[in-house]
Design a protein around this ligand. Structure first.
Ligand code: MG
Length: 159
């Protein structure tokens, strides 16, 4: 059985926050604001996986009111989503991600993000694709107010 899921997330850019995308720390004067480390890429991936599983969204699984999650690395949250996926008997067939950011230039960090996701989801790097785009200066991402990410995942279950 195969199931598809999509995820989308946006976080606001603020001074004095680290910028972490796809588990990579990226040198930049501003970072994303959020209850966790606000890794918008991993958040979109988690929502895609939860969507494919029919398991709601990350807000239900990791509520922003949960103080134990404050500042938590999103890699740890994704590990929990991965556990749920494995318990339900699914593996990732492929994952396709688009990161929408006017700046910084993300090309140098894509391979690191792919490697992180490959290890977190126990798949080869060939099963993960990450693209980065700007919005040509248009809208909230174009004004550098935030960074958005979308993800599509295909899960397979051998049963
Ligand atoms: Mg989020």
């Amino acid at each position: 059985m195969m199931r598809i899921g999509s995820g989308f997330d946006v976080h606001r850019l603020e001074k004095d926050r680290p910028l972490i995308l796809g588990g990579e720390k990226i040198p930049f004067p501003r970072g994303l604001k959020g209850h966790s480390d606000a890794d918008v890429v991993l958040h979109a991936v988690m929502d895609a996986i939860l969507g494919a599983l029919g398991e709601g969204d990350i807000g239900q699984h990791f509520p922003p009111t949960d103080e134990s999650l404050r500042g938590i690395a999103s890699t740890r949250l994704l590990a929990r989503v991965f556990d749920l996926m494995c318990r339900k008997g699914y593996t990732v067939n492929n994952l396709d991600i688009t990161v929408i950011a006017q700046e910084p230039r993300l090309a140098p960090y894509i391979s690191g993000m792919v490697a992180n996701l490959s290890s977190l989801l126990d798949v080869s790097t060939q099963q993960i694709n990450i693209k980065a785009t700007t919005t040509e200066g248009l809208g909230y991402t174009g004004r550098k107010e935030g960074i958005a990410a979308q993800a599509v995942v295909l899960l397979t279950n051998q049963e």
